[in-house]
Design a protein around this ligand. Sequence first.
Ligand SMILES: [Zn+2]
Ligand SMILES: [Zn+2]
Length: 262
Amino acid sequence: MEITVLASGSKGNCTVLKTEAVTLLIDAGISYKRIKGHLATQGIETTALDAVLLTHEHIDHVKGLERVLQETPATLYATSATFNHLHEKTTKVLNPERHQPVHSGLSFMLGNLIITPVRVSHDAVDAIGFIIREGDKTLVYMTDLGYLPAEDYPSIANADMYIFEANYDVSLLFSSARPHYLKRRIDSVRGHMSNTDSAYHMCHLIGPRTKTIVLAHPSEECNTARHVLQTYRDVFRDYQRNLDDYDIIVAKQHEPISTVIL
Ligand SMILES: [Zn+2]
Ligand SMILES: [Zn+2]
């Protein structure tokens, strides 16, 4: 599979994943125009889009969703709670016939992919991440999570690639000018993952197969590539791991990262 994180962060999230059999988006949190433009640079026609896998209903994950579903043949894979929330509680007009309900813990096939939604702890109605398998290759996609229980480790350990949240630097967050309630929300178990927690979990997840780690959903105000890489380096050293053994990529809000081929 070929994976390109088109945009990542609180202003919009979208990743394109392409195999010989299927082309899909994970989230559609940037404008349809931008999605279409990015797909064009990769030689992908919008008519080739098979699916959108949706993590949750927050605007930075659904901004372009309505138009993607109007303008392309893509089916929306989302939990029923997330779909119903978008359908009933927002102005988004989504055709229920284009919705394929998914359930955390229940794998489904999409082309040659086996996809397993995983529930994550976040302040959304039913937020999920995804384990995506093609043959013996596995991608784990998890952003927007305030907490990761150790019980989840076995199902997501030793993946070939992780796209995993490293949202904020703890000291930058608490010294920022953000209102206190917002700091508490971000730092809560239903908020976002700090660089330190992200690195700690990653030390327990990586295995002999692991090659690529994309540090995702960075905060623009409370994180920098320098901060997250330094934290990862320090925490990996504490757990006798060497960060240089892995391809580490810090995702960006306003430009795509280079395509990773698994
Ligand atoms: Zn988000
Ligand atoms: Zn969110």
